[in-house]
Design a protein around this ligand. Sequence first.
Ligand code: ADP
Ligand code: MG
Length: 382
Amino acid sequence: MILPPATLGMLGGGQLGRFFVSAAHEMGYQVWVLDPDNNSPAGQIAERHFCTAYDDFAALDEFAAGCAAVTTEFENVPAATLDYLAKFIPVRPHAAPVAVCQQRVNEKNFLRDNGFPHANYRAISSAEDWRDLPDDIFPGILKVARFGYDGKGQAVVHNLAEAQQAFAQFKGEVCVLERRLTLDYEISVVLARGANGEVRTFPVAENRHHRGILDVSIAADGASLADADMVRAAEDVACRIAEKLDYTGTMAVEFFVSNAALYVNEMAPRPHNSGHYTLDACLTNQFEQQVRALCGLPLGDARAHSAAVMVNLLGDLWYEGERYREPDWRVLHAIPNLKLHLYGKHHARPGRKMGHFTVIDADAQRALALALAARTAIGIGA
Ligand code: ADP
Ligand code: MG
């Protein structure tokens, strides 16, 4: 076991890294962050911020020399960086599961090869791949295989001609073409798996998206659209995926439910936006669980003590027409069972995740109603 006051390494410095730093600090650890952004949210609060590229090997040598173990908050860290660090210190998760989750073709092939349910797809890397497309792949979504997030690098396509046009627009980058499902709803399972194989799942969240970006997560039985059987099935699939990947750390599996059937959408080899409610509603949150898995501690109890509904705060909220101004946080602070989290990002851009809030309540319906009312009150439109 790695115990305090050891120093832990974090690759990536966004809000997920920032919450990891907070959790680690609470537990008596120090944290070094490596991230190329000078104002990185995690770098601001870590003991040290290595402001450099992920493939700066001289910096990685110094990083490895000072850290007892290293983890990541960003699936696009090069697998070569994780492999390199693993020569010196424990790296959790390993490079192999990160490499599966960071490239959509690898991810889909993993699902197919292991019999996990997923939407029909075809990997597209050249003109050859358009031959013999199954008819039922349309209407489809063309997604770039790497570096897509929050719906970026995706195009809805209704036929071959549109698909080829979108592929050209993505400049011939490797893509996945997948069937666009009619969604009943979306859910996610956030879980932690220890180095000894112990697994704990957090309560399943129902996720509502707006323009491809997570908007509201509902971890409140009775207010969520997900029924108990579907939740159990999703938990079972997520745990089997974590086993198959031999995953160590916190991870998330996103699911679609379409015509009452369950499909895996994608996996994230890190804590997840839909697990932010665990900060305020669970005995152990997803970031503490990441610290525990990294350090070889037993996992904490992941139970929720209340119903919770989380709402994302995007940069759009900072704009009143053309005018840039801070939202009126007093509106949210007036609600005593609402927890506001802001990530310390220096500039708001439309679509950028700037913060979130979570409403905690004993009653699921009340939590949802209050969260949606607060969402409107702070100025988020339909
Ligand atoms: P990201 O990496 O941006 O999260 P996703 O593949 O999860 O990309 O897509 C973002 C959202 O777009 C999904 O949560 C879902 O709402 C919608 N979406 C993506 N793929 C499909 C699909 N095959 N069928 C229906 N909706 C989809
Ligand atoms: Mg997604």
